[in-house]
Design a protein around this ligand. Sequence first.
Ligand SMILES: Cc1cc2nc3c(=O)[nH]c(=O)nc-3n(C[C@H](O)[C@H](O)[C@H](O)COP(=O)(O)OP(=O)(O)OC[C@H]3O[C@@H](n4cnc5c(N)ncnc54)[C@H](O)[C@@H]3O)c2cc1C
Length: 343
Amino acid sequence: MHSEIENMITTDILIIGAGPVGLFTVFEAGLLKLRCHLIDSLPEPGGQCAEIYPKKPIYDIPGFPEVLAGDLVSNLMKQIEPFNPTFTLGESAVTVEETEDDQFIVTTDKGTKHKAPIVAIAGGLGVFTPRKPPIANITDFEDKGIKYIVKDPEEWRDKKVVISGGGDTALDWTIYFAETLNCDVTLVHRSQSFRAHNDSVQKAMDMAEAGKLKLMLDSEVVALKGGDHLETVTIKSKSGDIIEEAVDSWLPLFGLTPKLGPIAEWGLEIEKGAIKVDNATDYRTNRPGIYAIGDVNTYPGKLKLILCGFHEATIMCQSAFAKIYPDKKNVLKYTTVNGVNAF
Ligand SMILES: Cc1cc2nc3c(=O)[nH]c(=O)nc-3n(C[C@H](O)[C@H](O)[C@H](O)COP(=O)(O)OP(=O)(O)OC[C@H]3O[C@@H](n4cnc5c(N)ncnc54)[C@H](O)[C@@H]3O)c2cc1C
């Protein structure tokens, strides 16, 4: 028990979801000298902005006539730097339990435990879950040669890798693995055309022509073999050719779809896949101490917009402060007067 407490990450506000709303929460909490830790199932912060549309311009962020979604995330990361937030990335929050000292313990799918008096769910559309190809024994090799997300690319340095997919993620990693990680890499795609930036497609074609990577179009991986670890993938082309390739790893990068996931089982009131909150007060859920902000929540008139999530985060932090320090008076101070005082 003692060592379990020692290994536990403790903070003032535990934020589930490092999308734009979760990130901005760190800033508003920081102004109140509240510390934050963020959990996200993705390997990088940024939520939908980073995962779905990093290169698209957004036009309705106040004060920015136009900002790329990826740049908005970078700016938010810079804005919260003074408050030293900490992160558990690549792990999903799966359970919550209340403790006798009126706090919460949130445990992830990898077993990491976090303790805080306040939980702010900023889970957006939910956990991004990989689209898996329909191969019967695929789960046997997950984390034993098969990964759906590249968290630390160095893991694949000098390896023999097959990547599947026709979008930007598959193409970008194929190029990076060949160019930077010295991998023997084959990109397998079931069509002749890609859903990716033209310059990446052209670059992959040029590299294939120069013998720096292998492209197998109109083809797909149809079978897997191995023991404790993946050993071969079987690739079938539309014309019926079948080859078996020895590999260290196969990365099916067919995109991610979001699902509310385990949070739906936390005893929170859910309406149409979103968490019901009280917008007349502070975006509290039906469980005192647990708030829901950003795309994940619902209330009359809700708009799933970034600026609305920023507002919700601001109000929620004031309420969190009052809950953590019931005897302290909090006077609203302008940042123009007070600056951003790191701690
Ligand atoms: C193509 C597109 C264009 C858009 N354009 C605009 C626009 O122009 N203007 C605008 O205001 N909005 C726009 N939006 C909507 C905007 O992106 C969302 O409102 C915003 O991302 C919501 O932020 P969030 O932080 O609440 O959630 P998200 O960005 O969805 O982030 C939530 C994070 O929580 C994580 N998560 C969820 N559950 C768990 C869990 N159990 N454990 C760990 N992590 C978890 C997810 O991995 C994710 O990273 C657009 C959306 C799309 C898809």
